[in-house]
Design a binder for this molecule. Structure first.
Ligand SMILES: Nc1ncnc2c1ncn2[C@@H]1O[C@H](COP(=O)(O)OP(=O)(O)OP(=O)(O)O)[C@@H](O)[C@H]1O
Length: 626
């Protein structure tokens, strides 16, 4: 038996590998299974090009078994095996990948699924092993060999009479220590979970002896433990199957199996792209809002596979924030992986995939809006808020992409409408897209500011979510129509004659209005006669960028900077109360001050704003009642 030494650098490299490349110890099993799959792929490829070699699907598999008594884990494959030279160069030289060489020698191109490329994965077994033994017999050699190493001092190779072509790797699992429970790697259930997690879509069967409780006999309730050999992986990924052959049930079953949610998906997309970067993807939009969706705890992302092997459980970069509700998987053969396969070397491919996904999802949603309105509304009720955040965030960078996906409740239709629908039915004389903000549809419905607009037959969009106005301010206009709040300073509703009349009235009552403004001081920016009120005596409007609703939102934020709207108190000069006010102003200035305060506080109440001094207000009310 000859003992060969690792080169000094290799030794250090091995140490580094074992201790620092992989963040999770369980990865070693993924690496060994991938190697086994590569070894079978090689026979498969040989059989394609060599008539002497036959490939019967059922002869090719990977078998995993654990022996708790001697703490060994066995990974057996019926792949191509290794000659003595191959053992030396592949398992004796770190970073030498026989698989990569095989791919290059055979000029294997697209469609071939050889996974190995770095020549390091095998050594990850030393993360969990004191010793690794490899029994192997090559398809090209009569003689089998045994390779053995403790991963520190080097390795030995000696002839070994192995009957069948293929490889058996025996991992001598370490004893438990303070940090790691190595027993996990001998536990049937844990092993099965690891296989499912990383290697579920390896194309060949991964078999295990699985123990289950079963009735002793058909007509017996007594359960007994039965151990049977079972294939534990799914093998053919659903995303590689033909869309036409898959039913909604198949997609739903995959959603459940992957634990994407407890619900059924609302909709799915099956994408297969053959462009600059090739990838397949199955994406879902959940039916129900995940309980933590609008919280800091929620993490967006898709499962990322490279050639059917799991690379990342949540690749956040694959989905933009505005579509963070997406669940699903992406599989690409074009990813540049880093050595641990835990991160990606280049983000160029991920960016391309993400761009593609964003476009496809947007189109899918748009077609849903057009062809499956009810379903879309269901989606929007759950995730519409996120789309609005998307319009608002990043300084509106995505607003054009998202504007056609927005829905708002309409004063006329009494249901959700899109901006396109609104604009398409705007009367010719209507200049703006009007909206009103408030806590609920009911409250907005009763807002005094909406009266005149409704009279004119103008539709109003109701904003009940905090983000609504912020998003619309970012959007600024839609199809060249500006957005206007019903509570904005100037609604620009009147014809020339009405404007002239208003101007006249303003002059006439200037003194009274100025006096009221003086009485209210800084609480309002101005007191004006209203052109929007019909039956109500007063309302508050706002001038400038910050509306009254926005003031409420900003004040509720943790870093409240006391940003306030420029409020205008508007008075309806056609209302009886105004006539009384005019009279009282001439005869009883104190009472006029009392009326001014009451009217101002009423306007606050209508807007849902707090009254600064409720006791004073209550006293004022009493004074007018007695
Ligand atoms: N079960 C096996 N059967 C046949 N050859 C194997 C087996 N396991 C490993 N090898 C050979 O050993 C080489 C090194 O394996 P290792 O896992 O270290 O790297 P790799 O699979 O090539 O690359 P990667 O680090 O990307 O996984 C493989 O390329 C392959 O040639």
């Amino acid at each position: 038996m000859e003992t060969k030494q690792f080169q000094a650098e290799s030794k250090r490299l091995l140490e580094m590998m074992i201790n620092s490349i992989y963040s999770q110890k369980e990865i070693f099993l993924r690496e060994l299974i991938s190697n086994a799959s590569d070894a079978i792929d090689k026979i498969y490829y040989k059989a394609l090009t060599d008539d002497q070699i036959s490939f019967n699907q059922e002869d090719y598999f990977v078998k995993i078994s654990a022996n708790k008594a001697d703490r060994t884990l066995h990974v057996v494959d019926t792949g191509i095996g290794m000659t003595k030279e191959e053992l030396e160069s592949n398992l004796g030289t770190i970073a030498k990948s026989g698989s990569l060489a095989f791919k290059n020698e055979n000029e294997m191109k697209d469609g071939q699924e050889i996974i190995g490329q770095f020549g390091v994965g095998f050594y990850s077994s030393f993360m969990v092993a004191d010793k690794v033994v490899v029994y192997t017999k090559s398809l090209n050699d009569e003689q089998g060999y045994k390779w053995e190493s403790t991963g520190v001092e080097g390795y030995t190779i000696e002839p070994y009479d192995k009957e069948d072509v293929g490889t058996e790797i025996i991992i001598y699992i370490k004893e438990n220590d303070e940090d790691v429970n190595y027993d996990d790697f001998l536990d049937e259930h844990q092993l099965k979970t690891i296989v499912k997690k990383y290697s579920d879509f390896i194309r060949y069967p991964i078999k295990m002896d699985v123990t289950e409780q079963k009735p002793k006999s058909d007509d017996d309730d007594e359960l007994v433990e039965v151990t049977e050999e079972k294939t534990v992986n799914s093998m053919v990924p659903i995303w590689r199957k033909n869309k036409q052959e898959l039913t909604d049930e198949d997609y739903n079953a995959f959603y459940q199996e992957k634990h994407f949610g407890f619900d059924n998906p609302l909709t799915h997309l099956h994408i297969s792209v053959d462009g600059m970067v090739r990838f397949q993807s199955i994406l879902y939009i959940p039916e129900q809002l995940p309980y933590d969706y609008y919280s800091k705890e929620f993490e967006k992302g898709l499962e990322l596979y490279s050639n059917g092997v799991l690379i990342m459980e949540k690749s956040a970069d694959l989905v933009p924030d505005h579509f963070s509700f997406l669940k699903g998987i992406v599989d690409s053969e074009d990813l540049s992986l880093n050595i641990s396969r835990e991160i990606l070397q280049q983000d160029k491919q991920v960016k391309l995939i993400a761009k593609n996904i964003e476009k496809k999802v947007k189109n899918h949603l748009q077609s849903m809006l057009k062809n499956a309105r009810e379903k879309y509304e269901k989606f929007f009720e759950a995730f519409g808020r996120q789309l609005k955040f998307g319009v608002y965030s990043d300084f509106g960078a995505n607003k054009e992409k998202l504007q056609d996906l927005l829905l708002f409740y309409s004063s006329q239709e009494k249901k959700l409408v899109s901006l396109a629908e609104y604009v398409d039915r705007m009367p010719e004389d209507q200049k703006y897209i009007y909206y009103a903000s408030g806590e609920s549809h009911d409250r907005i419905e009763k807002l005094p500011q909406t009266e005149m607009l409704k009279d004119k037959g103008y539709e109003i969009l109701y904003f009940t979510e905090e983000v609504d106005e912020f998003a619309i301010k970012m959007l600024m206009n839609y199809k060249e129509k500006e957005f206007k709040s019903v509570a904005s300073g100037d609604l620009d509703l009147d014809d020339e004659e009405t404007k002239k009349e208003a101007e006249k009235q303003k002059e006439e009552h200037k003194e009274l209005l100025d006096h009221m403004k003086t009485l209210l001081g800084n609480k309002v920016k101005d007191v004006r006669l209203s052109t929007r009120l019909k039956s109500h005596p007063v309302c508050l409007t706002a001038e400038g960028d910050v509306s009254i609703e926005m003031e409420k939102v900003l004040k509720a934020m943790p870093d409240n900077q006391n940003i306030e709207a420029n409020k205008i108190l508007e008075i309806n000069n056609k209302h009886d109360i105004f006539q009384s006010l005019v009279k009282i102003y001439e005869t009883d200035p104190d009472k006029a001050a009392l009326y001014t305060n009451i009217l101002y506080n009423q306007a606050l109440l209508i807007e849902g704003l707090p009254i600064e001094d409720p006791v004073a207000f209550s006293n004022d009310m009493c004074k007018v009642m007695v």
